[in-house]
Every structure is written in structure tokens, then in C-alpha cells.
Design a protein around this ligand. Structure first.
Ligand code: C2E
Ligand code: CA
Ligand code: CA
Length: 407
């Protein structure tokens, strides 16, 4: 791995970084010598060490975004290699997930130790180290996250992940038009673990990228098998969830198209579910990616629509085919007029823009009828069906009778 090219020169006497400032870079000292100074609360300044050639300074602040704990001043003219926070994040993102997490833990602990020794110097009644360790453990879930990330990695390799499929119902004719693929982790000891627990950890550790590739491949294969088994008159589709990490991959689109091509299904039978947040975080990258998907015939659905607090102008900017109204609005559609009006507005807006509207989390017949009456195209929720295994889907579809909602 290459080290960032940026070189920085400092003259003897220059302040290289200042205690209390936010740090956006670290330096590797190529030539020269620096001193590390700590200013105490009473204003006195103490030299706590020096660093010379081949050492690194300022590394902690670029990891945890906390203020610099010391001032660093050049004692001799210095030549440095600058490592920016962006460069560091990029490297960390490419590293093995366990290394990512362990480096974070070590640096956090190191900072804790420094803080402790600082306080020790200034206070007589400092809590014992064990108490600090315990409070550290209570404050951070890093260790637990590493454990789960490790186990998740093994689950991915050992085939302990499964996809379940939740039917999406066409409110016009009462038939199943497609499914949302939802990941399930069948843990050897703990049974099924909710994606609410492991998806955020998989995202943080970078494992989500492999997991998403697996999910896409599996969803395509499963849809091919389901279609063969049930012989539906119209093609079914499957909607697969993707995170911003997936979109940041250079070969996301080529991998997507290759996977579809190697399966029995056609591009329009795949929809990518992404959140508004992703579009806001990486607008340029997302636009290019989504346009390539659209050109290839793959559909784009905005998940949890209405919870992103973003400007609606992005609906024009990106090629979006489906809006999925977040279940929190459906939940209160009967209790709160505001939810009802909001859902009506989303349906109207989406339809005017030629989009398909899917309501999520429909749990009662009343909700389904209300949505149908306001012109909502499709719905998904426990009222119709819970997420289920591929075998259960096949069984259900083979005996499916079109649902009759209100006239
Ligand atoms: P989501 O994408 O919004 O998925 C819908 C969630 O709502 C699912 O939870 C589903 O089981 C649940 N749900 C469906 N109908 C109803 C209903 O009528 N009432 C209620 N209360 N809930 C309903 P699940 O499967 O636990 O997934 C949670 C979240 O985990 C998903 O939210 C999604 O953000 C994430 N997730 C799941 N699978 C994947 C995946 O393969 N990749 C990625 N990146 N994220 C995933
Ligand atoms: Ca979703
Ligand atoms: Ca959702």
C-alpha cells in the first residue's frame, strides 16, 4: 500500500499541531526532531517527550476525531509525510475488518490511558484502573461488535446466512407482484439474529459488501427457482437492500449486471432498495451508478421514504422508479390526520412523477383499503404475509387467491 505523497516542511520553532485543535492529519517524520508539549489546566506547559525520524505524530486525532491532546513543535527543521484523515479512512476501509476494529480499540484505549495518566498527575483521589476499565467497557460496544463481526464473517463463509422473502402485493388486482429479500442469520447457538443487530455491524466492519454480493446472487437464483415452480403469468421481481458502502465500490454496477446475467432472470426483475441518506451522502457517485442501472433496466426503489428529511428536488435528479413509504407513517395513518395527509401527498406526488408507490408495514385490512382508495399501487406487510423462506413462498404462491379489498 502506498503512503500519501503529500510532503510538508517545518522550520525549527514551528508549531506543527496545537493541543485542543481538531486534527485532520498525522505526520510521519522523515527528517528532523519534534517535542511534545502538554499544557495543564493551571497553564503550565510540560515537555512529555521528543520524536525523531521514522516515528509518527498526531495519529490518534485522525482516528477518533477528538481534539489534539498535545502540542507538537519542531526542534529542528523537519520533513514530514502527511497522512490525512480521508487517506487514513480510505486505507482503513480497505483493510481487513478485524484489523479495522482492533486498531480503533487500541487507539481508543491508548487515549484512555493517556487521559488517565494525565488526571493521575493532577489528582489524588483518582478512581482505580479496574473501575476505569469497567466504565470503558460499559461505554463502548466495540468488543462485542468485533465478536459479532467475526462470527458474521464466519457465517457468510459457512453459508449460515439465509434470505427470506416478503411478498409485495399489487393493490389493483390483489396478486403478488414481487418480494423484498431480507437477510436472516441463523446463528448456531443463538438461533435467528435480527438484521437490526447485524446489519449495522456488517456495515461498520465493511463485511456488508461481501454480504450484499451474496444476497444479490442468492436473490436472483431464488427468484429463478420460484418462477419455475409457480409458473406465474407475469414475471415476478425481487427487491434487494443495498447500503452506501456497496455503492462506493468501483465495480458495483458491473458486478450487479454480471450477477443478473449469470442467472435465469432479467434486469427488470431486480430492484435496488436504497435510502435517501445514501443519495445525500454520495450524490455524484449515486447519480452515475443509478443511471447505469436504469439504462440496463434495473429498477431503483427509495426505502423508508419520508424519514430522510431531505429536499424533494432529488426525486427529479435521480432516476427513481419506486417510492416505499416508511412504515412509521402507515402505523399512524388511522390515528393521526397528519399521517393520513402525508401519505396521500406522497402517493399524489409519486404518481404525478410516474413512480410506483409501495406502502410498507401494512398490518390491517383497514390500512390496506385506505391505501388502495387513495391510489397507492402496492403494499407489503404482516397483513398480507411475513417474510418467509423460499419454500414457504413457493407453497404460498401455488395456492394464492387474488385478495379482494374494498370495491
Ligand atoms: P427494511 O428494509 O425497511 O425492511 C422492512 C422491515 O420491516 C423488515 O424487518 C420486515 O420484516 C419488517 N416488516 C415487514 N412488514 C412489517 C409489518 O407489517 N409490521 C412491522 N412491524 N414490520 C414489518 P427486518 O427483516 O428485521 O429488517 C430490518 C432492516 O434490516 C431492514 O429494514 C433493512 O434496513 C435491513 N436489512 C435486512 N436485510 C438486509 C440486506 O440484505 N441488506 C441490507 N443492506 N440491509 C438489510
Ligand atoms: Ca428495505
Ligand atoms: Ca423500509
Amino acid at each position: 500500500m502506498e503512503i500519501a505523497e503529500a510532503k510538508k516542511m517545518f522550520k525549527a520553532g514551528d508549531v506543527i499541531m496545537r493541543q485542543g485543535d481538531k486534527g485532520d492529519c498525522a505526520y510521519i517524520i522523515e527528517e528532523g526532531l519534534v517535542e511534545i508539549l502538554i499544557e495543564k489546566d493551571n497553564g503550565t506547559i510540560q515537555q512529555v517527550g521528543t520524536r525523531g525520524e521514522g516515528t509518527i505524530i498526531g495519529e490518534m486525532a485522525i482516528v477518533d476525531d477528538a481534539p489534539r491532546t498535545a502540542t507538537v513543535k519542531a526542534l529542528k527543521d523537519c520533513k514530514m509525510l502527511e497522512i490525512t484523515r480521508d487517506d487514513f479512512s480510505q486505507r482503513l476501509k480497505n483493510a481487513d475488518p478485524v484489523i479495522q476494529m482492533i486498531s480503533q480499540v487500541i487507539l481508543t484505549r491508548y487515549r484512555d490511558t493517556l487521559t488517565r495518566s494525565e488526571i493521575l498527575r493532577e489528582s489524588d483521589n483518582f478512581p482505580p484502573p479496574e473501575a476505569l476499565e469497567r466504565s470503558y467497557a460499559a461505554r463502548t460496544d466495540v468488543v462485542e461488535s468485533i465478536k459479532i463481526a467475526n462470527e458474521f464473517k464466519a457465517a457468510l463463509e459457512n453459508g449460515d446466512l439465509e434470505l427470506h422473502y416478503q411478498p409485495i402485493i399489487n393493490l389493483g388486482n390483489g396478486n403478488v407482484s414481487g418480494f423484498e429479500a431480507l437477510m436472516r442469520w441463523n446463528h448456531k447457538k443463538d438461533g435467528f439474529i435480527s438484521p437490526g443487530v447485524f446489519i449495522p455491524i456488517a456495515e461498520k466492519s465493511g463485511l456488508i459488501i461481501e454480504a450484499s454480493k451474496w444476497a444479490l446472487k442468492e436473490a436472483c437464483a431464488a427468484l429463478g427457482r420460484i418462477e419455475k415452480a409457480v409458473e406465474n403469468s407475469t414475471p415476478l421481481y425481487v427487491s434487494v437492500n443495498f447500503s452506501s458502502h456497496d455503492f462506493a465500490e468501483d465495480n458495483f454496477v458491473s458486478n450487479l449486471l454480471e450477477t443478473i446475467q449469470n442467472s435465469q432472470i432479467k434486469p427488470p426483475q431486480i430492484k435496488l432498495e436504497i435510502t435517501e441518506r445514501l443519495l445525500i451522502q454520495q450524490p455524484d457517485n449515486a447519480k452515475e451508478t443509478l443511471e447505469s442501472c436504469r439504462d440496463a433496466g434495473v429498477g431503483i426503489a427509495i426505502d423508508d421514504f419520508g424519514t430522510g428529511y431531505s429536499s424533494l428536488s432529488y426525486l427529479y435528479y435521480f432516476p427513481i422508479q419506486v417510492l416505499k413509504i416508511d412504515q412509521s407513517f402507515i402505523r399512524t395513518i388511522y390515528r393521526e390526520d397528519r399521517s393520513l395527509e402525508l401519505v396521500k401527498s406522497i402517493v399524489g406526488l409519486g404518481k404525478n412523477m410516474g413512480m410506483e408507490i409501495v406502502a410498507e408495514g401494512v398490518e390491517t385490512l383497514e390500512e390496506a383499503e385506505l391505501l388502495q382508495n387513495m391510489g397507492c399501487d402496492s403494499a407489503q406487510g404482516y397483513y398480507f404475509a411475513k417474510p418467509m423462506s423460499e419454500q414457504e413462498v413457493i407453497k404460498k404462491l401455488c395456492h394464492w387467491k387474488p385478495l379482494r379489498l374494498s370495491a
